[in-house]
Design a protein around this ligand. Structure first.
Ligand SMILES: Cc1ncc(COP(=O)(O)O)c(C=O)c1O
Length: 356
C-alpha cells in the first residue's frame, strides 16, 4: 500500500495554491508578486521586500546534510509544531480519524488533533516511562492514522530504543504513519543509537521531526523539519502556506549551522550532558527530592515531597521551572531545564536553602 493512501483523499485531489515564486522562471525584472519596488528605509537586507523561496534551497541543502537525508525527504517549517499540525491536517479526517499518543508526553500532538476534530487514543507509558510497544499496538483502531512517539520523551526524558521504533514501523505498515519526534535527540549521550532518520528509506510510513529550537539555540527563529517519504513531503507542501519561512529566520539558521557555529554548538552539547549528570547527582542529595528521573534530554523531571511548595520557593528566588503535576504519573514533579553551570548552581542553592 502506498503511504499516501492513508492521507485524506480530498487533499490528494485538491488543486493547491500556485504562488508567484513557484511560477517564476528566469528573468531580470520581477513584477509578478505585487511586492514593493523599494526596500524599507534602513533595511539591512534589501531583498526583504521580496517574498522568500517556499523552501530556500541553501537551507534545504544544509539541513539535508545535517540530518543525513535527501532534499526530497525534508520539509522545513515554522518549528516542528507546524509539521505536527500539517501531519494531523493531512492524515486525519475531522470527526473520523485519530492519532495515538503515550502520556505523559508533549502536549501539541493532542492539541493539533483536537483542533482538527480528530480522536486521541492514549496508551500511557509504562510505570518506568518506557514505551509499551505491545500495549500500543493492541490499542490501535483502524481510525488511527498517526502514531506519535517522542524520543527522548518530553517531559520524562527517556529515549525509546531504535529496536522498538523499527518494530512499530513494521507493524504499522499500511495502517498508520509513525511520527518519531526527535526534538531532543542531540542531547542523548550517543545520539547515533537513537535517531532513526537513516531508516526512512526502509519504511515509507516513518516520519521524523527535528528542530533547531533546542540544541541549535534558535527557538525564537521558529525553524523545524519533517523528514519523511518524498510523497508525504510533497503532500504537506500542497497544504502549507506559500511563504512559510521569514527571510531573517532563514539567515539566522544558516549562520547557526556554519561549520564554526556547529563546532561551538557541539561543545555546548557536551556542557549540557555534563551538567545533566552533575545536576542529577546533586538533586538526588537535596532534602525533599524523592526522585530525579533519568534523562537524556536538556531537562530533568524531578519528584518532590511537596512540588507545589518547591515551585513557589524557586519562584521566590527568581527561578521559573515547569510545573508538570497535571501529567499522569508525574503528580509530584517539576521539570527543570538545564541552564548554564552558574544557573544550575543557583537552582541548587535555592533548593538547599529551603525551610523544611
Ligand atoms: C517534544 C517536542 N516536540 C516539538 C516541540 C516543538 O518545537 P519547535 O520549537 O520546533 O516547534 C517541542 C517544544 O518544546 C517539544 O518538546
Amino acid at each position: 500500500m502506498n503511504v499516501l493512501e492513508l492521507a485524506r483523499p480530498e487533499l490528494r485531489a485538491m488543486q493547491p495554491y500556485s504562488s508567484a515564486r513557484m511560477e517564476a522562471g528566469a528573468g531580470e525584472l520581477f513584477l509578478n508578486a505585487n511586492e514593493s519596488a523599494w526596500a524599507p528605509d534602513g533595511a539591512p537586507d534589501t531583498d526583504i521586500r521580496r517574498y522568500t523561496e517556499p523552501q530556500p534551497p541553501g537551507l534545504l541543502g544544509v539541513l539535508a546534510e545535517l540530518y543525513g537525508v535527501r532534499r526530497d525527504q525534508l520539509l522545513i517549517g515554522r518549528g516542528s509544531d507546524e509539521a505536527i499540525d500539517l501531519l494531523v491536517r493531512a492524515f486525519c479526517r475531522a470527526g473520523r480519524d485519530a492519532i495515538a499518543i503515550q502520556p505523559p508526553t508533549f502536549g501539541m500532538y493532542a492539541v493539533c488533533a483536537h483542533v482538527q476534530d480528530a480522536g486521541v487514543i492514549e496508551v500511557p507509558l509504562a510505570a518506568d516511562f518506557t514505551l509499551d510497544v505491545d500495549g500500543l499496538l493492541a490499542a490501535l483502531t483502524p481510525a488511527v492514522k498517526l502514531v506519535f512517539v517522542c524520543t527522548p520523551n518530553n517531559p520524562s526524558g527517556q529515549p525509546v530504543p531504535r529496536a522498538s521504533i523499527e518494530r512499530l514501523a513494521r507493524a504499522l505498515a499500511g495502517r498508520a504513519l509513525l511520527v518519531v519526534d526527535e526534538a531532543y535527540v542531540e542531547f542523548v549521550d550517543d545520539a547515533s543509537l537513537v535517531s532513526v532518520a537513516d531508516l526512512l528509506d526502509r519504511h515509507d510510513n516513518l516520519a521524523v521531526l527535528r528542530t533547531l529550537s533546542k540544541a541549535w539555540a534558535l527557538a525564537g527563529a521558529r525553524i523545524g523539519c519533517l523528514l519523511a517519504n518524498p510523497a508525504v513531503i510533497a503532500l504537506l507542501r500542497r497544504i502549507m502556506p506559500p511563504y512559510p519561512l521569514p527571510r531573517p529566520c532563514v539567515a539566522l539558521a544558516l549562520a547557526a549551522l556554519s561549520p564554526v557555529a556547529q563546532a561551538l554548538a557541539h561543545e555546548r552539547l557536551g556542557i549540557v550532558r555534563a551538567e545533566r549528570a552533575r545536576m542529577t547527582t546533586a538533586l538526588r542529595g537535596v532534602p525533599g527530592v524523592r526522585e530525579v528521573l533519568p534523562s537524556q534530554a536538556n531537562f530533568l523531571a524531578v519528584r518532590f515531597d511537596d512540588a507545589g511548595a518547591v515551585y513557589r520557593q524557586l519562584l521566590g528566588g527568581g527561578i521559573v521551572v515547569r510545573d508538570i503535576r497535571r501529567y499522569p504519573r508525574l503528580g509530584d514533579a517539576l521539570r527543570i531545564t538545564l541552564g548554564t553551570p552558574a544557573e544550575n548552581d543557583r537552582v541548587l542553592q535555592v533548593l538547599r536553602e529551603a525551610k523544611p
